[in-house]
Design a protein around this ligand. Structure first.
Ligand SMILES: Cc1ncc(COP(=O)(O)O)c(C=O)c1O
Length: 286
């Protein structure tokens, strides 16, 4: 497996980063995960725009980087043997003597690689998941896709230990998103999800699902649902680049609605699969 590191293409086993790299010591970096279908990066421009926004938000100038992300991502997408997988991009603030303030002259560290999709994802995404509810213990700049992910790591681990797949996060009584996904509830045929602000990561899959919902006549309300509304919802859905759109059928052990993936999920899932296949075959470019 070849990785891209600071301008070079090298075997992953030979790739080396300094022990003083701020990505390692502080989690001082940003990243993106871009799904690839049929060797075609999905919504590449939106992912690259979010990467630039993350960099700007943490005071990293992408003008100092001589990376052609389109070329790097395309080459990595081409390298996937099945054609399906993800491209991972990461930029850290570079290696420097340990002090919190930004180093004056450290070149940023740039890493990129591709990962093949798991067999089950190639066959079709997992359609069902279970979740737990937890306090959102993260900071209040959840809109930045940073590698500082310790809170998300702890929350996902709690979910796994509870036998669930995802932790849905509650702040001040509202469910804003999951530890690794955006969250929608369905009430009386309408989709309800938190608005894009500093309390959520503006998910690219979230955007696609909202577009598809509009296209097939499902109303969307961008107001964060209350915890109690989520527990009484007809359906709960999560979205992410890895899981596409997935029905949450149990929350804290209790069934959501009928306890089976519901009709709104079925319609959005079908629409997403069609959309994806159009991307895969090149019939659609975004
Ligand atoms: C906290 C969080 N919210 C939302 C998402 C979904 O974003 P996207 O659809 O762009 O993958 C992710 C993806 O990893 C995430 O980590």
């Amino acid at each position: 497996m070849l990785v891209y590191l600071n301008g070079d293409w090298i075997p992953a086993e030979e790739a080396r980063v300094s022990v003083f790299d701020r990505g390692f010591t502080f989690g001082d970096g940003v990243y993106e995960v871009i799904p690839v279908y049929g060797h075609r990066p999905f919504r590449l421009n939106a992912h690259l725009q979010r990467l630039r926004q993350s960099m700007t938000a943490v005071g990293m100038s992408d003008k100092k980087l001589a990376v052609d992300w389109d070329t790097v991502t395309t080459r990595l997408a081409d390298s996937l043997s099945s054609g399906d997988g993800t491209v991972y991009l990461q930029i850290s603030r570079g290696a420097a003597p340990r002090q919190h303030g930004f180093p004056a002259n450290a070149p940023m560290t740039v890493l990129a690689y591709a990962r093949p999709a798991a067999i089950e994802t190639v066959k079709g995404p997992l359609r069902e998941a279970t979740a737990i509810l937890r306090d959102d213990i993260r900071w209040t700049r959840c809109d930045i896709k940073t590698t500082s992910l310790i809170a998300n790591v702890l929350l996902v681990q709690e979910a796994l230990q509870a036998g669930a797949d995802e932790a849905l996060l509650v702040r001040d009584g509202y469910v804003n998103e999951g530890a690794v996904s955006n969250v929608f509830i369905v009430r009386d045929g309408r989709l309800i999800t938190a608005p894009p602000n500093h309390l959520i990561l503006g998910g690219i899959t979230r955007d696609v699902i909202i577009e598809l919902a509009h296209a097939i006549g499902i109303p969307v309300i961008e107001i964060a649902p209350r915890r109690a509304e989520l527990l009484e919802a007809d359906e709960v859905l999560i979205t992410s680049s890895g899981r596409e759109v997935t029905a949450v059928t149990r929350v804290d052990g209790a069934p959501v609605g009928t306890g089976r993936p519901g009709p709104v999920f079925q319609r959005l899932h079908a629409a997403f699969q069609t959309f994806k296949e159009e991307v895969r075959t090149g019939a659609r470019t975004t």
